[in-house]
Design a protein around this ligand. Structure first.
Ligand code: TYM
Length: 331
């Protein structure tokens, strides 16, 4: 039986952080065997914020290394770079005719970016969700493993695909955000004030590249308070957040002990953070070291990039043929 197609993407705009890992990449690694998986480093998307492109090559190499170190197997999934697949740009063009100015302007990520970079509200930023839709539809993917912050983009992708099908005939299955049937994940920053993100204060974000001491330092600085004064109180968000991180990397009995201490008002947050820091170090350091080794092996990375490009282009070319036929640009 044909496996369902999966696609997801990540921007090469900074180091991979815990939000990327637990929101998305962990699922990518888990899905490789069961699904027909495409994972894409979306370098074109990163240009919308005008980064220094002299660093792009290094960022892309590092990101690929971090993804492989996190469990992606380039033999089992198609791991590739967006700009290696020009068919995506062609599909983006057709889809742009399906997307309306009003809905694009209302997109949360567009409004946030327009606020944070008022001198650079370019058309690429406005049509960012359309390019993302092209990334997904170019492989006619149905499952898109992403974190909670991408929910709105996925709804837009469904709408654009549906509109295309209505206008030109059924070409695309409708894609959906995927987390094994569970709610999408949102990892909060260490001060609990918002989601962990590449542009947040770096001391509030845990990166897979952080060394052990930096991880410890960041976790020990995380916000706490004097502890609960009433048994079984509701946890403030910043405390819930520390428990949330423990859920990701600590053993069940360790978590149960601190839960009980909290409920009995005897919790010592210093001890909890020390434990969390050690568990986090044990989790992250092997990934970090593996990523460093891969990044230094340029021959291996070139092989991965070429292999990904060839497989992704074959799939993309087949879709573009269907699209051209459906639209009527086949002379
Ligand atoms: P990006 O590069 O910002 O993030 C990559 C993935 O990490 C998830 N993520 C989080 N999950 C939980 N908690 C957080 N704090 C957190 N921060 C990031 C994101 O949800 C994402 O899954 N627009 C996308 C990239 C993209 C894409 C695509 C994704 C381009 N084309 C096609 C899916 C399909 C983005 O900027 O992700």
């Amino acid at each position: 039986m044909k496996k369902e197609v999966v696609l997801s993407g990540i921007r090469p705009t900074g180091f991979v952080h815990l939000g990327n890992y637990f929101g998305a990449v962990r699922n990518w690694a888990n899905m490789q065997k069961e699904y027909d998986c495409y994972f894409c480093v979306v370098d074109w998307h990163s240009l919308t914020t005008h980064p220094d492109t002299r660093e792009l090559r290094q960022h892309v190499h590092r990101l690929l290394s971090e993804l492989i170190a996190s469990g992606l197997d380039p033999e089992q999934c198609v791991l590739y770079i967006q700009s290696d697949v020009p068919e995506i740009a062609e599909l983006y063009l057709y889809l742009n005719m399906m997307a309306y100015k009003g809905e694009l302007e209302k997109t949360t990520t567009f409004k946030d970016k327009a606020r944070s970079q008022p001198d650079n509200i370019n058309a690429g930023l406005l049509t960012y969700p359309v390019l993302q839709t092209a990334d997904i539809l170019i492989h006619r993917a149905t499952n898109v493993p992403v974190g909670k912050d991408q929910e709105q983009h996925l709804e837009m992708a469904r709408n654009f695909a549906d509109r295309f099908n209505h206008r030109y005939g059924d070409v695309f299955p409708l894609p959906k955000a995927f987390n094994y049937g569970k709610d999408l994940i949102k990892i909060m920053s260490l001060d609990g004030s918002g989601k962990m993100s590449k542009s947040e204060n770096q001391m509030n974000t845990l990166y897979l590249a952080d060394d052990d001491d930096l991880l410890r330092k960041k976790i020990m600085k995380a916000k706490t308070d004097g502890g609960p004064t009433e048994a079984n109180s509701i946890k403030p968000e910043y405390i819930q957040n520390l428990f949330g991180l423990m859920q990701l990397v600590s053993h069940a009995d360790v978590i149960a002990k601190f839960e009980a201490d909290f409920n009995n008002c005897v919790i010592r947050y210093g001890d909890m953070k020390k434990q969390l820091a050690e568990d986090m170090v044990n989790f992250i350091s092997p990934i970090r070291e593996k990523a460093k080794a891969i990044e230094n092996d340029k021959d291996y990375l070139s092989k991965v990039i070429k292999q990904g490009r060839d497989k992704a282009r074959a799939s993309a070319a087949a879709t573009i043929q269907l699209v051209r036929n459906a639209v009527g640009v086949n002379y």
